[in-house]
Design a protein around this ligand. Structure first.
Ligand SMILES: NC(=O)c1ccc[n+]([C@@H]2O[C@H](COP(=O)([O-])OP(=O)(O)OC[C@H]3O[C@@H](n4cnc5c(N)ncnc54)[C@H](OP(=O)(O)O)[C@@H]3O)[C@@H](O)[C@H]2O)c1
Length: 334
């Protein structure tokens, strides 16, 4: 039985984490082509914080705003035009906010049924970060066996999945992380070298770790001032792949003559349009690597829904490692 009202963490206008308030609000109704999802868990994606702050707006959102992008749950009701057989399925609901609430509306065509071997908590995290890491390295970065990869924010969710993807591809991984605690967190995931890039001279250490040659592929979801070093740290015929700018802002694009004389390429990657579709060989191989435990999903902590504002504040203070998860309904008996 679907209730009339529900719990939600909501913010009225763009602003800091403290604006997120625990409220009772009406349960939304699914429209044409939509389902109502009973939310289980939500991964703490940096886009939730950026959307809450009003910094990004490329995904559909309305105010008052309920964050919660990477979510799993159980389909509770099907809207008009949606197959009622979806009701009761364990799913990942992608590319829409609203997960910080007991119920959320999702487009039915954006649902992915969760593999039966993967639990609802792991399910809300693994897909975004693993698919981004795999496509960033293999499709945009054209990673080859035996190459050396530099990963910015190697203790973040994508950084940790990228480390494992690159090791599986037979590569040497140099990871950068902000401080000793993050290095300790990242270590068990297999990077060959981990460097604290809050300390001066980190770029010289990267060069040393490559015998002065530089890195074949650099995966950078951070941007910010450290990204200015990427060109110098790239080996001949190397590729720099930008996927985001959590640290704020992208570096200036180098002049073409610099690319020519250094023999390097710079790419951007947006995983959605280039992702191999559900059911493809890549899709099944990635799910299998997670489900059989070959690639470990870095869930660092689980917080209750009412503590989501504090989690946003800690993410913005760079105190969160791997992926934190917000528990909404929990395992829902599934
Ligand atoms: N292009 C795509 O298709 C795609 C898809 C998904 C995500 N992304 C992007 O990939 C990037 C990484 O995502 P993720 O899920 O791995 O994020 P995450 O787990 O939150 O990790 C982000 C890392 O960024 C670093 N950081 C630097 N400045 C920060 C700041 N001001 N606030 C918070 N963290 C900061 C932190 O590590 P240190 O402190 O160690 O530096 C943190 O661990 C993001 O830019 C995201 O938007 C891109």
């Amino acid at each position: 039985m679907i209730p009339v009202t529900m719990r939600a963490m909501q913010i009225d206008q763009p602003g800091p984490p403290a604006g997120l308030t625990f409220k009772r609000v009406p349960v939304p109704k699914p429209g044409e082509g939509q389902v109502l999802l009973q939310v289980a868990y939500v991964g703490m994606n940096p886009l939730d914080a950026m959307a809450r702050a009003g910094i990004v707006n490329f995904l559909p959102m309305t105010w008052p705003f309920v964050p919660g992008l990477e979510k799993t749950g159980i389909v509770a009701a099907a809207g008009p035009g949606v197959d009622p057989a979806l009701v009761g399925k364990r799913v990942i609901a992608r590319l829409g906010f609203g997960g910080y609430a007991d119920y959320a509306v999702s487009q039915a065509d954006l649902l992915i049924e969760l593999d039966p071997r993967i639990d609802l908590k792991t399910g809300c995290v693994y897909r975004g970060c693993t698919f981004t890491a795999w496509h960033g390295l293999h499709k945009a970065g054209r990673l080859q066996n035996g190459e050396t990869v530099l990963i910015h924010s190697a203790a973040g969710a994508i950084g940790i999945m990228a480390t494992q993807v690159a090791k599986t591809a037979g590569c040497k991984v140099i990871g950068l992380a902000g401080g000793r605690a993050k290095i300790a967190f990242a270590k068990p995931f297999g990077a060959d070298v981990l460097i604290d890039y809050t300390a001066p001279g980190w770029d010289a250490k990267v060069k040393d770790a490559t015998g002065g040659r530089g890195c074949d592929v650099i995966l950078d979801g951070n941007g910010g001032p450290n990204a200015e070093k990427n060109v110098d740290l790239t080996a001949p015929l190397g590729r720099i792949v930008y996927i985001g700018a959590t640290a704020g802002g992208y570096p200036a694009t180098p002049p073409v003559p610099t690319l020519i004389f250094k023999n390097i390429s710079i790419a951007g990657m947006n995983v959605g349009p280039i992702e191999d579709p559900p059911g493809s060989a890549t899709d099944l191989a990635i799910i299998d690597a997670v489900a059989n435990g070959s690639w470990k999903v870095p869930i660092s902590e689980t917080v209750e829904l009412e503590h989501a504002a504090d989690l946003h504040a800690r993410l913005e203070a760079r105190k969160v490692m791997g992926r934190a998860v917000v528990k909404v309904g929990g395992d829902l008996g599934a």
